[in-house]
Design a protein. Structure first.
Length: 180
């Protein structure tokens, strides 16, 4: 997993709970990197899991709740660092429909070793987008937060529904409908 995701998670935690909490979860989680991440480095996803578990225990939050908040936070990181990705799209639905075919293609150019989730478009109309998220990392709640912030970014009102398609949570269906 790219270091930018790790550094952003720790930044979010520090902004909300202070440096002491960051230090505590790094120490308690026992991550092999000792919490030393660079934004361009690549790290084992197990470290992310360890950090999330430790943070959840210390704040009594469910991992999905943390991932959802983190997705919303990470959207701001993306718009700050990769504003060009968001240009040229007329709506949240067109942007979201382009994640695999355009956005992830560009991400792979920057980070060829990146392991990104797959977004399969089931249906895309001007008023509705249905897509399936697939990832062994099971971070659909993170994707949900990103989707919410995308809708806000494009100043649209949409309903967003998320449904697990597998018990493991590695394939999740999203339906985003414009409210008119």
């Amino acid at each position: 997993m790219k270091g930018m995701v790790f550094t952003s998670l720790l930044e979010m935690i520090e902004n909300e709970y202070g440096y002491e909490m960051v230090d505590k979860i790094i120490t308690e989680s026992g991550v092999s990197s000792n919490g030393v991440y660079t934004s361009v480095g690549t790290y084992d996803f197990k470290e992310m899991q360890q950090l999330l578990i430790s943070f959840g225990k210390n704040t009594r939050q469910d991992i999905d709740e943390i991932l959802h908040k983190f997705g919303r936070y990470f959207f701001q990181v993306m718009t700050s660092n990769y504003a060009a990705f968001f240009q040229g799209h007329q709506s949240a639905l067109t942007f979201l429909a382009s994640i695999d075919s355009v956005i992830h293609v560009e991400v792979y150019k920057l980070y060829p070793e990146a392991q990104l989730p797959k977004f399969e478009i089931i249906e895309h109309t001007p008023e509705r987008l249905e897509m399936n998220y697939s990832s062994g990392r099971k971070m659909a709640s993170f994707a949900f937060g990103l989707i919410e912030k995308t809708v806000e970014f494009y100043k649209e009102e949409c309903s967003i529904k998320m449904k697990n398609l597998t018990e493991e949570g590695d394939v999740v269906n999203f339906i985003i409908k414009k409210i008119v």
